[in-house]
Each structure stands twice: as structure tokens, then as C-alpha cells.
Design a protein around this ligand. Structure first.
Ligand code: SF4
Ligand code: SF4
Length: 417
């Protein structure tokens, strides 16, 4: 596409020159602005998708420098991609943002203690299973001693599950009943440590639905957090490890329960499916146990906007006898978690969360269901801080409860994985 009137051609020497072509897709219509959380809160054009694209283009043309102001606006973006869903021109905003952040990191334009701590955590802790496990164990100890209240970011952590619930999945979980296929399960990095029971529930629900579940060894962190933070090189090397681990299995699908990992892996690995999407596509074996619950489903941005999965989780929840799916305002709006965003941009993250909690308070559900570890943590922290009575659960946890609440269920007292 050629440069629109008023624009200069890309300056090949300028930092964002490689993004320039992509920014030309934006026709400045502004249709994305009402869906952008940071614009809704700040009211600033530069904190809107259109404003950020304009900044990228201006840097790419060499009209403005790539300085701290530009770096801060790119950092203040949640990366929620609500603007992509709203855009009639097909602007690939998520891709532009990742590229822009990678250039900012390469140029060393993002400085300060928070950025350094984020980089250290993402490089030295997150990809290393044993270090992450040790850190989570220390966080659990701090919670038991009540020391977590002294560290503000620690309020975001859920209760660390006991060690027995943080065990890894076995390498293979047999299908129950008539076998419908074989899937490879992606465990993730944070999920086994902070949400181990959800991984086990996912495997059991897949097995109950006739899927043999294999858990390839050698898999690890998907690199989504690194890509979002501009560490493109490490994100690619983490991906290469997973590509090797999963390509050996030749399973029908790579299944995950974490929307952020799914959106990242979907563009890089064949056959990636969110667990809710797979079960809805293949036809859920409807649970017969009843759960008398009012449930609000809140869309993870990277499932709704990143993968286009909207109806599947709702269909599964509606299929549980006794569950009433309750509407709340704007379930597709970001909750403010956004990977490490709630740590690096705490003020904006809290403002975004506040809107979400107000709408959930008005709906007054028994359960808030969502399918991403960051959203689970953020909403659980919101429930604690705003004093809501709701439990925050992954949809597969509700399915698992429904299967197990059937009095005829043989596994009511024994875990199958
Ligand atoms: S990704 Fe989200 S926060 Fe960023 S510009 Fe788009 S809508 Fe706004
Ligand atoms: S909706 Fe798309 S084309 Fe319109 S201003 Fe937003 S990004 Fe640009």
C-alpha cells in the first residue's frame, strides 16, 4: 500500500521502518476507540489504537524520535487486541505492537527499575521450571506466614496450591469410553505451579470425552510473555523448543487451557485448539450432574480477540444442568491482567479492573468463569479487593465438577490423573 496523503515514505534508517507498511492499513476512522480500555480511561488520543499507530508511523517516517514518550505509550497498551476485533480495515495491531516493542527493547529505549525487573523475571525465572517452582514455593511460604501483605505485587497472586496439587501430569492419560482421538496437551509454565488443579481437570475432562491425552516431555514456556514484552529473540528460542517437543507426537491437536499461550502458539504450531473450542467442535459428552449456579463468563482477550473463540466456552457452560449463564456489561473488555501488565503498569491495570469488578458486582454471580491464568489471577485479586462473593474458576473446572457431582460417577472419590 502506498503512503496516504500527508504521510512521508518510510525512512529506511528510522527505528520503526519495518512496521511502516502495516501502519498504512489504518485509515484513522476511529471505530476502535470506544473499545480501547486505555483510551476509555485516559481520554488521550495517544493512548488509543489510532494514536499509537500514528506514533509508530511518525517514528517510521523519521518525523519523531523513538524516545521515552513513544516507549511509554507502547508499554501502556494492554495488548488486548480489542482494537483488532473492532477494526474494519484489518489492521494487525497485535503484530505491530509486538514488533514495535521488540525494536524499543533492541534500542534500549525502555529503561528504569520496573523494566529491568520485568526483563530479569522473564529471562531468569519464567522459562526455568525449577526456578519458577522454587519462587512459587517461597511465595506460598510467605502467604502462610502472612508476609505477602507487606509486598504490594503479591496481592495479585492466588493462594499457592499445596505441593500435592502442583504435581505434573503423567505422560499419558487414557481415553474413557469409546475413543475419539488423541491430543497433545500443552501444560504451560505458570499453570502447573499456580493452577495445577486446572491442568489436571482439563486432562480428566478430555479423557471423559474420549480423548487420549499425551503430555510431551521437553515442552516449556511458550514465550508469549516474552514476545509481548519485546524479547523477540528469547520468544523464538522458547518456541523452537516446543516445536521440537510437539512435532514428534503427531497428535490430532495441541490442546491448551491458557488463552495467552494459545494465541501465541496458534500462529506458530499446527493444530492448536483451546480446550473449550475442541470440546464444542467435537461435541461435548454432556455432564449429568447438576450445579445450581449463576455463572458470568468473562472472555480472555487472547481467546476472544486473539483466537476468535467466543461461543464455545458459553456453549459448554450452558450444557451443564442447573447452570444459569448470566450477562454482565462488556465481557469482552480486558480485565487489566495482560501478562505482566498488572506489575509494570499497576495504576492503569487497577483502573481497568475497577470497571470490570463494577460490572461483575452488578451481575452478582456465584461463579466468574474465564480461561487464562493471568485473567484468573487478576479477577481473583479483584474479587478479594472489591469484596465480591463469587468464586473465579476455569470453565473446565465447572465441567469437571458437573461430571463428578453425578451420584453414579465412579470417580467421585478418586482422581483419575
Ligand atoms: S491492544 Fe487494547 S489497549 Fe492496546 S490499543 Fe488496542 S484496544 Fe487499546
Ligand atoms: S478502527 Fe482500524 S482503521 Fe480505524 S482508526 Fe482504528 S485501527 Fe485505524
Amino acid at each position: 500500500m502506498s503512503a496516504p496523503e500527508g504521510s512521508r515514505p518510510a525512512n529506511d534508517e528510522a527505528p520503526f521502518a519495518s512496521l511502516y507498511e502495516g501502519t498504512l492499513d489504518c485509515v484513522h476512522c476511529g471505530l476502535c476507540l470506544p473499545d480501547c480500555p486505555t483510551y476509555r480511561i485516559s481520554g488521550r488520543e495517544t493512548s488509543s489504537p489510532r494514536g499509537r499507530i500514528y506514533l509508530m508511523r511518525a517514528v517510521g517516517e523519521g518525523r519523531i524520535p523513538m524516545d521515552e514518550v513513544v516507549a511509554e505509550e507502547m508499554s501502556l497498551c494492554l495488548g488486548c487486541r480489542a482494537c483488532e476485533s473492532a477494526c474494519p480495515s484489518g489492521v494487525e495491531y497485535g503484530h505491530l505492537l509486538e514488533e514495535a516493542r521488540a525494536e524499543i527493547v533492541r534500542a534500549g529505549a525502555r529503561t528504569g527499575l520496573t523494566a529491568s525487573l520485568e526483563r530479569f523475571g522473564l529471562r531468569a525465572i519464567v522459562p526455568h521450571r525449577l526456578r519458577l517452582r522454587l519462587l512459587v514455593s517461597l511465595a506460598g511460604l510467605a502467604q502462610r506466614l502472612g508476609l505477602d501483605r507487606l509486598i504490594p505485587p503479591a496481592r495479585l497472586l492466588p493462594r499457592v496450591p499445596p505441593r500435592s496439587e502442583r504435581r505434573r501430569l503423567p505422560a499419558r492419560i487414557a481415553a474413557q469410553g469409546e475413543k475419539r482421538g488423541r491430543v497433545a496437551f500443552f501444560e504451560g509454565c505458570v499453570m502447573p505451579e499456580l493452577f495445577g488443579p486446572i491442568n489436571h481437570a482439563t486432562a480428566r475432562v478430555l479423557a471423559r470425552n474420549g480423548f487420549e491425552v499425551v503430555v510431551p516431555s521437553g515442552q516449556g514456556c511458550c514465550g508469549a510473555l516474552h514476545a509481548h514484552a519485546g524479547d523477540a529473540e528469547l520468544a523464538e528460542s522458547l518456541h523452537a523448543r516446543n516445536e521440537t517437543a510437539f512435532s514428534a507426537w503427531g497428535a490430532g491437536a495441541v490442546v491448551l487451557n491458557s488463552a495467552g499461550c494459545g494465541a501465541h502458539l496458534r500462529t506458530r504450531l499446527d493444530g492448536v485448539r483451546d480446550v473449550c473450542e475442541l470440546l464444542a467442535e467435537e461435541g461435548l459428552r454432556r455432564p449429568s450432574g447438576r450445579l445450581e449456579l449463576r455463572v458470568c463468563y468473562d472472555d480472555p482477550c487472547h481467546l476472544l480477540h486473539g483466537q476468535g473463540v467466543k461461543d464455545a466456552p458459553r456453549e459448554l457452560l450452558r450444557s451443564i444442568p442447573g447452570v444459569e449463564l448470566v450477562d454482565h456489561d462488556d465481557p469482552g473488555a480486558c480485565c487489566g491482567a495482560a501478562g505482566t501488565y498488572n506489575l509494570v503498569q499497576p495504576a492503569m491495570s487497577r483502573a481497568v479492573l475497577e470497571r470490570k469488578m463494577e460490572s461483575l458486582r452488578a451481575a452478582d454471580p456465584d461463579v466468574i468463569a474465564t480461561g487464562n491464568p493471568g485473567c484468573l489471577m487478576q479477577l481473583q485479586a479483584g474479587v478479594r479487593e472489591w469484596g465480591l462473593r463469587a468464586e473465579v474458576l476455569h470453565p473446565v473446572e465447572l465441567l469437571e465438577r458437573a461430571y463428578r457431582s453425578d451420584p453414579r460417577d465412579p470417580t467421585r472419590t478418586a482422581q483419575s490423573s
